[in-house]
Design a protein around this ligand. Structure first.
Ligand SMILES: [Zn+2]
Length: 465
């Protein structure tokens, strides 16, 4: 194990990281709100978190990784405006929003999410915790926050009183007065401060028709989005844990509010390191949209014949704290580069040992705030290094892949032509739409050309017959 350095958003600097408990890291990652497919920008954050976890494991640490699934309480705005995203999705998919249809939506998109992360070779979190399974814990935490004097009740909600907490805004580095000046389209006149946020929504007024609802000391209602993550992380990882991660979009509202709740309830900070991944941008600066042409999912890439791991490879080429520029040409180039990487790896023969010199440099790169672009460049240097024998190269690169996660150990030397992959992907979609006859036609076409399709938990595999 080497010395690990990570950027802590709270301190705005890179600091040495060591687990609070010897050898064991407790890590919480904000998971998806399961109202739609994840887009590749969302998935970039999960790749970053996977790299972080793999780096900790590479250093010989154990990692307990908890991720939540939000199936209630996340409104269309990250602040307290709009409608519950789950409920809106149930209506979008032309069903009346009932508790049952909302839970069906949750199941559908949770399954899609798990398939995406399997396709990207992201290690499944040790625990996936659903918000609707933790309502009791959320109510209890809200009661503690209220008892400690940080909450007040109005006719529509239980609010967190942000003025009461001097640390409020520390994570986002925004002072209290500045936070009050942000103009909002909707405002609850009963709120004491603009930045106050709901710990519990009552099913009255605009939330009168909210279908998922529970009894609470503040009347029937549903939890705020932020309390979910505080309640689930504390329940599964304890009152003090090592790392909380997510996308940078979580810094100003979600994580700021989570941190405030933690301090108000526990009397001090719960999280040791706050780690955040940058956005994916389309072209030069455009953030990925939630719908329309700029809404690109992993399935979009697969349909176009790309291997999902070529997107993973693309993400590895940019440091997680820099915006990832996405273009189709860029993805094509990454697919070619990763294919080249696989080819070079497969051409290595014989057994050997791990090269100490490269191994040391690699550890230094990944432990330097996850410098994966440098680590990948080092792997290429090793492949080209004439002084190292083939067997040693193979053993060393295979070891590096514990962090890269490019599935090198499973790569066989078979070229699957792009048009075959496209046919197989099309067949998979037809199957999902239950168009069995059309799907069978495509399977026959693939088989006639000497390839075989095998269906797996994470999708499908194509092999040469
Ligand atoms: Zn969260």
């Amino acid at each position: 194990m080497g010395k690990i350095y990570l950027y802590n958003t709270l301190k705005r600097k890179i600091s040495p990281f060591a687990p609070l408990e010897k050898k064991s890291v407790k890590m919480y990652a904000c998971g998806p709100t399961v109202y739609n497919f994840a887009h590749i920008g969302n998935l970039r954050t999960y790749i970053f978190e996977d790299i972080l976890k793999r780096t900790l494991l590479y250093n010989g640490l154990r990692v307990l990784h908890v991720m939540n699934i939000t199936d209630v309480g996340h409104l269309t705005s990250d602040s307290d405006f709009g409608e519950d995203k789950m409920q809106k999705a149930a209506r979008r998919e032309s069903q009346p929003a009932t508790a049952e249809t909302v839970m069906q939506i949750a199941q559908k998109y949770t399954a899609a999410f798990l398939k995406d992360i399997a396709n990207l070779n992201i290690i499944t979190p040790d625990k996936l915790t659903k918000a609707t399974d933790h309502i009791v814990e959320m109510i209890e935490l809200n009661q503690i926050i209220q008892k400690n004097g940080y909450a007040y009740e109005t006719s529509s909600a239980l609010y967190f009183d942000t003025r009461k907490l001097k640390e409020y805004g520390e994570l986002a580095r925004v002072n209290f007065d500045a936070m009050q000046k942000t103009a909002r389209a909707e405002t609850d006149p009963e709120k004491k401060n603009q930045s106050d946020f709901a710990l519990w929504f009552k099913t009255v007024g605009k939330h009168e028709n909210h279908v998922l609802r529970w009894d609470s000391p503040w009347g029937t209602g549903f939890p705020g989005w932020h309390i979910e993550c505080s309640a689930m992380s504390i329940k599964h990882l304890g009152k003090r844990f090592d790392i909380h991660c997510g996308g940078i979009d979580h810094i100003p509202v979600h994580h700021t509010n989570e941190r405030a709740q933690n301090i108000a309830a526990m009397g001090g900070p719960v999280v040791n390191f706050w780690c955040h991944g940058e956005f994916l941008v389309i072209g030069k600066s455009e953030k990925m949209a939630k719908s329309g042409e700029n809404f690109i999912t992993l399935n979009t890439l697969i349909k176009k014949g790309f291997n999902p791991l070529s997107y993973r490879y693309m993400a590895l080429l940019t440091h997680y704290r820099k915006p990832l520029q996405f273009t189709w040409e860029g993805l094509e180039a990454s697919q070619n580069a990763s294919n080249n990487f696989y080819d070079q790896f497969l051409s290595l023969e014989g057994d050997g040992g791990i090269n100490k010199n490269y191994q040391q440099k690699f550890l230094k790169a990944v432990n330097d705030d996850l410098n994966i672009p440098r680590a990948l460049a080092l792997a290429w240097d090793l492949l080209k290094d004439k002084k190292i024998n083939s067997g040693d190269k193979k053993a060393t690169i295979l070891k590096f892949d514990e962090v890269f996660g490019l599935k090198l150990s499973e790569t066989r030397k078979i070229e699957i032509p792009k048009e075959i992959m496209e046919l197989a992907a099309k067949r998979d979609f037809l199957r999902q739409e239950k168009k069995w006859d059309d799907a069978d036609d495509l399977r026959k076409q693939v088989e006639e050309r000497g390839f075989k399709i095998k269906d797996t938990d994470s999708g499908f595999e194509v092999t040469k017959e």
